[in-house]
Design a protein around this ligand. Structure first.
Ligand code: FAD
Length: 422
């Protein structure tokens, strides 16, 4: 059974891992020369409700990718404002570790392969064609092309191309497989009514910071440095990641150690940042124009059901940001795993799995889908780590970090280890 995945971010990588685990022949097409997409500059895992979602996935048999991020964490079980028990993965090591893992699992990874055309047979996708004119036939396809950019969206809805890790000028911008198949997609909305949302963190070169900041980061994983009143900038309302839209993130420079110093704000004017003691030489690593803006996201989400099949196309699944207003690596990995598993079941003529709402992951997939049918819901973002979804986990009494309890709940649904076999 041939499964073709467009987009090698966290969702595409997780889909590839899940599908190859249950025997599919998987081709993963990625438009750039690296896997992980926006995950190349992220790193925060297991904070707040993500801890529970991760443990649920491990109990369900879908923990392979989480084992890699756990094993390559620079810091484990740290706290920062509003967030508990976070792991920070090493952005220098994880992309290589995931690439090697997928290759060993037999996934055929094709870099510099941007899907640009699609061949349809009625409501079925027959093949996809890349920029280079290479044609890939498949039985089932998965759209994990994300929602970031392309450049024209960053120019139109943001502060211009911020020169981020997605590198649209070099590799061509994002192209949606769902869009190519003729399906109309949904856009997210900012609180002020504008379309899209700005990515919420930048990376500074650690070498450009004062030694006392670097020592704090290396030792504790986190540094919280108050911003003098006259230098404060507040970009909380434009952030994609509403879980970090807390006053602490405007009043302080909050840095996390992911290898570089992850600065938890969409952008910060360089001349102002350099006036804060310790930041006199500060320099951006990603995006290069972090003094002016950041990448824009949430422009193209696919209509889908709770098995993650895209509506009105017979053999197309989706995951990650493409599957809704879901923010985060964990959210991309859990949906990617389900999409990869279900694509393989579908190829074998088996019924696709819907994760039950008794599980936090199942509840999130169906709740976000429902919310996206409302104009209010389209103005929000959803993550296990904060904002509406974490509050919902707490309200429903789901949230726990007790491993035995999580395993028991998964066992009660009869789905322990389900992702290990078809
Ligand atoms: C700066 C920044 C920092 C972040 N930090 C964190 C964090 O610390 N923790 C956290 O949990 N989340 C973080 N996030 C959010 C998180 O990275 C994303 O929500 C999640 O990883 C999205 O994964 P994805 O696979 O759906 O999409 P993406 O990461 O956008 O991946 C999509 C992939 O598809 C490829 N692609 C696009 N079009 C095509 C095509 N036509 N053909 C082939 N390939 C194509 C792209 O090149 C890309 O690799 C951050 C996001 C940003 C931008």
């Amino acid at each position: 059974m041939r499964i073709v995945i467009a987009g090698g971010g966290w969702a595409g990588c997780a889909a590839a891992a899940a599908a190859s685990k249950v025997g599919a022949e998987v081709t993963l097409l990625e438009r750039t020369d690296m896997l992980l997409g926006t995950g190349l500059v992220g790193g925060i895992m297991r904070n707040n409700g993500r801890y529970m979602a991760t443990e649920e996935m491990i109990a369900l048999g879908g923990g392979d990718i989480f084992a890699i991020t756990d094993a390559n964490s620079r810091h484990k079980n740290i706290s920062f404002p509003g967030h508990e028990h976070a792991n920070l993965y090493d952005i220098g090591k994880v992309p290589g570790a995931v690439t090697r893992f997928l290759k060993t699992a037999g996934v055929n990874i094709k870099f510099k392969s941007r899907v640009k055309k699609v061949e349809m047979n009625g409501n079925r996708i027959q093949a996809v064609i890349t920029d280079q004119g290479k044609r890939y036939e498949g039985d089932v396809f998965i759209d994990t092309t994300g929602t970031a950019g392309p450049m024209k969206n960053c120019v139109r809805y943001g502060n211009g191309c911020a020169m981020c890790v997605l590198r649209c000028p070099s590799f061509g911008g994002r192209v949606s497989l769902t869009g190519l198949a003729g399906i109309s997609e949904t856009q997210g909305i900012k609180p002020n009514g504008a379309v899209g949302a700005m990515s919420g963190s930048c990376k500074l070169y650690k070498e450009s910071l004062a030694p006392w900041i670097v020592d704090t980061l290396n030792e504790k994983g986190v540094a919280v440095i108050p911003v003098p009143e006259h230098l404060k900038e507040n970009h909380l309302d434009i952030k994609a990641c509403q879980q970090y839209a807390l006053a602490d993130f405007a009043e302080n420079v909050i840095l996390l150690d992911t290898g570089h110093a992850k600065l938890m704000t969409p952008y910060f004017e360089l001349a102002r940042l350099q006036q804060i003691p310790g930041f006199e030489n500060a320099r951006y690593e990603d995006p290069y124009s972090g003094g002016k803006g950041n990448s824009m996201r949430y422009f193209a989400m696919a209509p889908r059901d709770n098995t993650l099949k895209v509506n009105n196309i017979d053999n197309l699944f989706c995951a990650g940001e493409k599957a809704g207003l879901l923010v985060g690596h964990t959210e991309a990995i859990v949906t990617g795993t389900l999409a990869g598993y279900n694509a393989t079941r579908f190829a074998h003529g088996l019924e696709a799995l819907t994760l039950p709402e008794e599980l936090a992951v199942g509840d999130a997939i169906s709740y976000v889908n429902d919310q996206m049918q409302t104009s209010e819901g389209l103005g929000l973002k959803y993550t296990f780590s904060g904002s509406v979804l974490f509050k919902r986990m707490q309200k429903l009494g789901q949230y726990t970090t007790n491993h035995a309890e999580i395993k028991k709940r998964v066992a009660q649904t009869g789905l322990s280890g389900v992702f290990n076999n078809l």
